[in-house]
Design a protein around this ligand. Structure first.
Ligand SMILES: [Fe+2]
Ligand SMILES: [Fe+2]
Length: 173
């Protein structure tokens, strides 16, 4: 079993929302790494950092989005009160997942080239794309930490937490 899977199993045992919150911290570090890569373009980029970032963008980010869209968000929708006004926010966050995943797949080719020590043909454009990506992703994490997770902690029942735990465990099998 890969180290990351064991690690996320430990967090999941504490509680599904704790794992989501922990992954937000990891994603914040991912954004810092992307900023460092953008700052170090075109010639000083850390190739190993690129490999780590590729892995996170390719596997960890989509998994996290699946947990939220198929697990967390529907449960919040079910339990939210009308005054919570959460429906539009969740719809927007889900849309951002799709946008961010397609943006990430556009970045992958350049990051793979950098990880192999190749020179980029268009470093300014790649720098611009990296910055757009991590700036919008940082905002996304802030919204979820400030609004979505506190609401989930306030509204979800023990049964909901069990269901979320099962969904997230299934995503990791
Ligand atoms: Fe999200
Ligand atoms: Fe998230």
């Amino acid at each position: 079993m890969p180290t990351e899977t064991v690690h996320s199993d430990n967090w999941l045992r504490r509680g599904p929302l704790d794992l989501i919150e922990h992954e937000h911290q990891v994603q914040a570090q991912l954004c810092d790494s992307l900023e460092r890569i953008a700052d170090d373009l075109p010639d000083n980029v850390d190739r190993r950092l690129c490999l780590q970032v590729i892995d996170s963008l390719q596997f960890e980010m989509p998994l996290h989005h699946r947990d939220e869209e198929l697990g967390l968000f529907p449960l919040i929708e079910k339990r939210a009160l009308p005054d919570d006004n959460i429906h539009d926010i969740l719809a927007r966050l889900a849309l951002e997942h799709a946008t961010d995943e397609s943006f990430a797949s556009e970045l992958l080719e350049s990051l793979e080239g950098l990880s192999e020590g190749k020179k980029l043909k268009n470093p300014d454009m790649v720098g611009y794309m990296l910055r757009s990506f991590f700036e919008s992703y940082r905002r996304h994490i802030l919204w979820e930490n400030a609004i979505v997770l506190p609401l989930a902690r306030a509204r979800l029942t023990h049964e909901d937490m069990d269901e979320l735990h099962r969904t997230m465990a299934t995503h990791r099998q």
